[in-house]
Every structure is written in C-alpha cells, then in structure tokens.
Write a protein that binds this ligand. Structure first.
Ligand code: AHR
Length: 496
C-alpha cells in the first residue's frame, strides 16, 4: 500500500491536550484507584505512587474531573476544608465521603504535572455555585471563597484555567436535564458570572453532535465559550455486558470522525470555527457498564445487585488489541482534524474501562495505555499532509472497512517526521510503501515503535502481559521506505 507524506505541507498544530484524560467519582476510579490512603503504594497525601508514575509516563496533559454524571448533583463546598460532609451520590447511588475534593484534585494535578479541567454542576447547581467555585480556585484573597481556600491551607490561588459548564445535561439520564433553550440561558448566565471572576478562563459547555442542540447553545452563549464539549462511546453496554469482539470493534473505526464533522459544520455556520475548539472530553471504544442506573432506572433493584454489576468493568480480558487499534484510529482522527479538535479526554484514565487498572499488588497497563505511551513520546506536534494512493478496503461483517489508518506529523524539536500507521486487519500483515517528500533536512534512520500482541484477542492482566511495545530500526537511503505492519498493530514510525 503506497502512501505519500509531504513534510513541506503542514496542515495544523496538534494540541497535546488531545492526549488528555478524565476521571470521575465512579466505582474505583478515585477511591481505590488514584486515591487510596490504605494502599502500600500510597504517598503522604494518599495517592498511589504507582498510578502517579504511570500517568506521568504517558505525559497526561490535562485531567477532567469530577464527572460525568456524578457532577450533576455534586456540591463542591461540602468537599473542601476540615469538615467534609459525606454525600449520597444520586447518580451512582453510593455515599461519597467527600474526602477527595477540589484541593486534593489540584494536588493530584500538580503531582502529575497536568492542567486541571473542572466540570461544574449544571444539573442541580446554579451560576452562583459555579462562579463561587472559580472564586475559591482563582481569586487571590478577595471574597469569602478565596479566604476559605487560604484558611484550608492554600495561600496561593490554584489558577484553574479550564472549566466546563455541565455534563450531558441534554440527556434524560442526567440529573438536572435541560431543554435546549434552558441550556443556552443557563450556560450564558453561568459563563457570565464565571468570567466576571476570572476573565481569561477557557470555558466549555456540554454539547452534542446535534445541530439543533448546539444551535441555541452557540446562539445564546457562543460568545463566551472557547470550547464545545462532546462525548462518544462506540461500544455502549450500560445495561447488558456484551463487549464487542474485534471485528465489531474495528467497524466502529468508521465512525470516529462523525461527531467532529457535525460540530465543525455547526461552528462554521456561526462563523465560530476559528474561535471555538472541540473538547472531545469523554471518549473510549468501551462505554462503562453500570446497569440499573444510567438510562433505564429500574425501580426496586437491590443496591448490591447495582453495585456488583460494576465489577464487570474490571475484566481485563475485555481490553484487547481491538482497544489499542481503535484508540489509535481515534487519535489519528484528532490529528487529521487538529485545526478544530484541541482536546480529547480518554474516559476514564484509571480502572473501569481505562488504560490503568489497579489491584492490591500493583497496576496493569491495558493495551490502550501503550497507545498513549508511544503517541505522547514519539508523535510530532505539527500535522503534515498524507496521501494514501490506494486503500485496502475489506468487508467486515458486511461493512466496508479501510484496513489502514494513517496520520503524520513533524516534530518541532528535531524535525523528525512521525507517522502513526494502524493495521486493523485481524490476521494479515500489510506492506506500507512510504514516499516522503522531504524538506531540506536529510534523514538517515527510521525507528518503528509497535503496540501489539500475538493475537487480535491479546490483553494484559495481573502477571500476564500479552500486549506491549516493541521497536525496530531501519536504515534508509533516498526517499522510499518500506515497512511491514503486523496485523492488529499500532505503529509509530519515526524518520530522523
Ligand atoms: O458511563 C459514564 C458516563 O458516561 C459519564 O458519567 C457520563 O458523562 C457519560 O454519560
């Protein structure tokens, strides 16, 4: 398969925040995941150092918190200071001790070295509560909330720049669901008050790949937004646990660009595509499994049945090379659309369906973890033009799927050309013939970093790593490079 890469034609700057993450107060993501004072890995603040190390290693650039559905009845004021008020979380129907709140979250972000990104409660919350939160985090000393932060032991502002107004308030599954007009008004008033506290906030608001919903939001509040937030899970199993197999999963790679195209169109209709960027701030192949809660709230279900069902998210054999192949295709789509996608947050980062799984004696790096590792370590920051001379289209369960997914970028720091090449085929190797239209820099070597396992169904579990990163060096002369891409593999090709 022949592919032309034009290193002289840059198509955009890739914001590193496309490799972002999300963590919610759900199941074992916070308590028992990142924050576990009883763990033998816990540091003095109760954070698991093995998890912190793993998050640093994939250079988490931004971390969205505290939800997700959780946030839509969350009262941040009960989770700061010496007196924490336990809160019955009506979204996920458990008591949250509120021992992990804003100040612990900021401490977490500082330890990881990532930007905080707070999602506010636009369900039961008010514009005042959201702007009070901004006061608490960002004002130096003015007003009761900055003074409260200082009293709590944080004399300097937390300086939280990224804020999202609401989470999925468009949906009946969400506490405090709104109609499109209510939503536009609430976002406008909330954004107004938040910006009156900190005028240079970068605000997002919950949106949909649905022009009707976004129309009123942008008409009423677009002038105050820098981001528009959308979410996608491509293998939804909230109620019945039936993860898609490899074939079904790679069919979903056909859909990774749908929401981006729709939102791009709406933004262009308003002439906002240069000012408002997409924050794809929840995405994953795998939706979270949480029956009896989200969409079909069945009455009278025993709470133990509700909670035990969530353990199925912990089945590590679910997360195979289907997940790594899909994740790379999604991130490639973000690179191809880097002019309008400025942030993407894998949902979530720890436990549930995330790349890091915690257990008593350590962590498991699931297949998706290694995609983030190779892309954050090796992919360039300036997207360049790629032309695939011939696609390899195959029928998968009667759906036409292009077996190759490619994105390319140049690295500013050393001018290396980097190519993310995914072979989706479940069994066949694909020979990739690259013709590089070089710029003035002479390039002599190629290194390929590959995420793969023996079979398409390979996965990682406790003391059983089947998916990992391997690397291979090639010498080059001239401009043609030929590389074999193994089946079900993610490959980052670095040409220096
Ligand atoms: O399944 C988890 C939920 O997915 C998040 O809490 C919400 O934002 C989305 O609906």
């Amino acid at each position: 398969m022949k592919c032309y890469v034009n290193a002289k034609r840059e198509t955009g700057t890739i914001n590193p925040m496309i490799y972002g993450h999300f963590v919610e107060h759900f199941h074992r993501q916070i308590y028992g995941g990142i924050y576990d004072p009883s763990s033998r890995f816990a540091d003095g603040d109760g954070f698991r150092t093995d998890v912190l190390d793993a998050m640093r290693n994939i250079k988490v650039p931004i971390l969205r918190w505290p939800g997700g559905c959780f946030v839509s009845s969350y009262n941040w004021k009960k989770a700061v200071g010496d007196k924490r008020t336990p809160f019955f979380d009506k979204s996920w129907r458990v008591e949250d001790p509120n021992s992990f709140g804003t100040d612990e979250y900021i401490k977490l972000c500082r330890k990881i070295g990532c930007e905080p990104y707070i999602c506010t409660n636009a369900g039961t919350g008010t514009a005042e509560e959201m702007s009070d939160w901004v006061e608490y985090c960002n004002l130096k000393t003015e007003g009761e909330y900055a003074k409260w932060r200082i009293e709590n032991g944080y004399p300097e502002p937390h300086n939280v720049k990224f804020w999202s107004i609401g989470n999925e308030n468009w949906g009946q599954h969400e506490i405090g669901a709104k109609d499109t007009h209510e939503w536009g008004r609430l976002v406008e008033e909330s954004a107004k008050m938040m910006l009156h506290v900190t005028p240079d906030l970068e605000l997002s608001a919950a949106a949909l790949p649905n022009p009707d919903w976004n129309f009123n939001l942008l008409k009423m509040a677009g002038k105050r937004l820098k981001w528009i937030s959308i979410h996608s899970y491509f293998d939804l199993m909230p109620n019945d646990y039936n993860p898609k197999n490899y074939a079904e999963a790679i069919i979903q790679t056909n859909n990774v660009g749908n929401a981006i195209r729709s939102v791009r169109g709406t933004l262009m209709m308003f002439g906002l595509e240069k000012r408002i960027k997409i924050a794809y701030d929840e995405w994953n192949l795998r939706g979270w499994h949480h029956p009896y809660c989200h969409k079909n709230l069945e009455q009278g279900v025993d709470i133990n049945k509700v909670l035990s069902a969530r353990e199925k998210n912990d089945i590590n054999s679910t997360y195979t090379t289907a997940d790594s192949v899909f994740a790379a295709c999604f991130l490639n789509e973000c690179i191809r659309n880097c002019d309008i996608v400025g942030m993407a947050n894998f949902s979530p980062v720890v436990n549930t369906t995330g790349p890091i799984f915690t257990h008593e004696n350590g962590i498991v790096k699931r297949s998706t973890y290694y995609v983030f590792e190779v892309m954050t370590k090796h992919m360039g920051d300036r997207a360049i033009d790629v032309y695939e001379e011939d696609s390899i289209i195959e029928s998968v369960n009667n759906q036409q799927v292009n077996m190759i997914d490619i994105a390319a970028a140049k690295r500013s720091n050393d001018s290396a050309i980097t190519i993310s090449a995914v072979n989706k085929h479940d069994s066949e190797e694909i020979k990739l013939e690259l013709e590089i239209d070089h710029d003035s820099v002479e390039r002599k070597s190629v290194t390929v970093y590959t995420v793969n396992g023996e079979s398409k169904d390979s996965y990682n579990d406790i003391d059983n790593e089947q998916v990992s990163i391997s690397s291979c060096e090639y010498k080059i002369n001239g401009t043609d490079i030929s590389i074999s891409l193994a089946p079900h593999s993610v490959n980052i090709i670095v040409i220096k």
